[in-house]
Design a protein around this ligand. Structure first.
Ligand code: BTN
Length: 231
């Protein structure tokens, strides 16, 4: 389904470059070797030197838009499993953890009738500034380097397969549950409406997070930043 890949050496953000192709009305991927203004979620920046995979998918979904961030995470998990990595988890819905450290982030933005799903994967980066203490890369975890283009090709294949399945039939919740970190744990979810504390109780059929709040009420989240609480 993703049959066109547009490649740049250096851009501000592949999220913005992808927008420039909206009039082509087709699903495509935009990638760059580095980004000067890589963006994360919640206004954060995404460290984007050469050595990472930076890709934005321009999508025109008809169904199940809210599942797309998790689909990005699951496709990265499948890709990394193909490279022999284990100890992978999804920090719902947008982060992929490798050995409990963040190796990948996903951000989805609405743009006109499209959704732009941006994925940043730390591949050959060999060190991070102390403020990015929770981050890691494939190279740090495995002491070898990878062909970023080859990883991109595997990722696009995995994403395309899951995306078609999602659009046609919906995906089984079971497979994603195997990877979700934090089930049963105390967390707080930060949303535009505020912060809710509670315990992660389940993932819904449409991949929303179900949280039991402090008064026992189950609340459903499609978006949000989940932070583990130690209490
Ligand atoms: C996050 O963890 O906050 C999400 C990070 C997403 C980064 C990717 S890299 C490719 C695309 N271009 C961007 O500017 N951001 C996304």
């Amino acid at each position: 389904m993703i049959d066109k890949v547009v490649r740049f050496d250096r851009v501000d953000s592949t999220q913005d470059s992808a927008k420039e192709f909206i009039d082509e009305r087709r699903t495509l991927a935009v990638t760059a070797l580095s980004q000067d203004k890589g963006r994360g979620r919640q206004g954060r920046t995404w460290y984007s030197p050469k050595g990472g995979l930076y890709v934005s998918l321009l999508l025109f979904p008809e169904e199940r838009v809210t599942s797309i961030p998790l689909l990005g995470s699951l496709s990265i998990i499948r890709t990394l499993e193909e490279y022999g990595f284990s100890s992978l988890a999804i920090h719902w819905p947008n982060d992929v953890l490798l050995n409990n450290k963040k190796v990948c982030g996903v951000v989805c933005e609405r743009y006109r009738d499209s959704v732009i799903c941006g994925v940043g994967l730390n591949v050959n980066i060999d060190k991070f500034a102390p403020r990015l203490g929770g981050a890691t890369s494939l190279r740090i975890e495995s002491s070898r380097e990878y062909d970023i283009d080859e990883i991109l090709a595997v990722f696009l294949k995995r994403f395309s397969g899951l995306y078609d399945e999602l659009q046609e039939r919906g995906l089984k919740v079971k497979e994603v549950l195997n990877y979700i970190s934090g089930l049963g744990e105390s967390v707080e979810v930060l949303t535009a409406q505020g912060v809710v504390r509670g315990t992660v109780s389940d993932i819904d059929d449409d991949w929303a997070l179900l949280l039991r709040d402090e008064s026992g009420i189950i609340k459903k989240f499609y978006y949000g930043d989940v932070r583990r609480l130690e209490w």
